[in-house]
Write a protein that binds this ligand. Structure first.
Ligand SMILES: O=P(O)(O)OC[C@H]1O[C@H](OP(=O)(O)OP(=O)(O)O)[C@H](O)[C@@H]1O
Ligand SMILES: Nc1nc2[nH]cnc2c(=O)[nH]1
Length: 185
């Protein structure tokens, strides 16, 4: 698929910055304090949910100061589109999860179907405790179940189409250093 790079640049030029890089850093610092307190003695497996979880997971785990294994899961339901569909698994766990504590790290809890399915998968695979950490929680009433929250949340974000810090716009701008909202969405 050919991409109009001028359009991609225009999207960034017109976007609203909702959180600066400094605000994201501060949110990750706070998340790390809580995770360090709660998981220090749990010998967890920490999974990044690819692709979006890559940036937050990479930066969050360097703030954690206890022993852990690190890996990734790959499940997607937006596939570079602006609305979500059915969850599509690309890579499941390589470790045995039996009797393990698992921490799932993702960029955003939007409707929550992705995280709910991953948590269910880890429980079915025998994990004794499954915790979730997201940089962003989008504020609306369309969650997979009422009141759904991650165990660790960095920032609440308004109900718009978001990109930056792992989140893409048509596959681009995951590298943007901050949280941005698409003009008009
Ligand atoms: O809470 P939900 O409504 O289920 O949406 C959240 C998921 O959507 C995004 O992934 P996406 O499917 O876009 O794949 P990507 O990470 O490769 O961008 C994001 O990284 C979360 O995993
Ligand atoms: N890029 C991006 N991916 C998402 N996945 C679920 N919600 C969003 C969003 O607002 N932006």
């Amino acid at each position: 698929m050919s991409v109009d790079l001028e359009h991609i640049k225009q999207v960034m030029a017109e976007a609203d910055c909702l959180f600066t890089a400094q605000q994201v850093e501060a949110a990750m610092d706070e998340m790390a304090v809580s995770i360090n307190q709660q998981l220090a003695d749990s010998n967890p497996i920490v999974y990044s949910v690819m692709n979006g979880g890559l940036i937050i997971a990479g930066q969050l785990v360097t703030r954690l100061d206890f022993p852990m294994e690190v890996g990734y899961l790959h499940a997607t339901r937006y596939r570079n589109k602006l609305t979500g569909g059915e969850l599509f698994w690309k890579a499941r766990a390589e470790h045995s999860l039996v009797d393990r504590t698992v921490l799932i790290i993702d960029d955003i809890l939007d409707e929550g179907h992705t995280l709910a399915a991953i948590v269910e998968y880890c429980r079915d695979a025998g994990a004794k405790q499954v915790l979730t950490a997201v940089l962003l929680d989008k504020v609306h009433d369309r969650k997979a179940y009422a009141g759904m929250r991650a165990d660790f949340t960095g920032l609440d974000v308004e109900d718009r189409y978001i990109f930056g810090f792992g989140l893409d716009y048509k596959g681009y701008w995951r590298n943007a250093n901050g949280i941005f909202a698409l003009k008009g969405h």
